[in-house]
Design a protein around this ligand. Structure first.
Ligand SMILES: [Zn+2]
Length: 85
């Protein structure tokens, strides 16, 4: 087992980015890769970012009547209590 890996998952935030204009969305595992407030598709600046914690999960839903719906929750399942990725 080596501890020399500079990238620890525990220190990386997952960021969900959503464009409010064209509804382009992406999940980033590295903050430095997020396009700076500009949508790569429609070039609008109406981007929303949502940080996702390692023990959280979310569902993404798009409906013409209701728009975009995001539902956040605590991840349930087998890996209870452990921060294993
Ligand atoms: Zn867009």
């Amino acid at each position: 087992m080596s501890t020399g890996d500079p990238k620890k998952y525990g220190s990386v935030d997952v960021i969900f980015v959503l464009c409010e204009i064209c509804h382009w969305c992406a999940t980033y595992f590295d903050k430095s890769r997020i396009p700076y407030n500009r949508c790569p598709i429609c070039k609008s600046t109406a981007l929303s970012t949502f940080p996702i914690l390692p023990n959280e999960e979310f569902t993404f839903d798009f409906d013409e009547k209701h728009g975009v719906e995001l539902e956040f929750g605590i991840r349930k399942g087998k890996d209870k209590g452990k921060g294993r990725q």
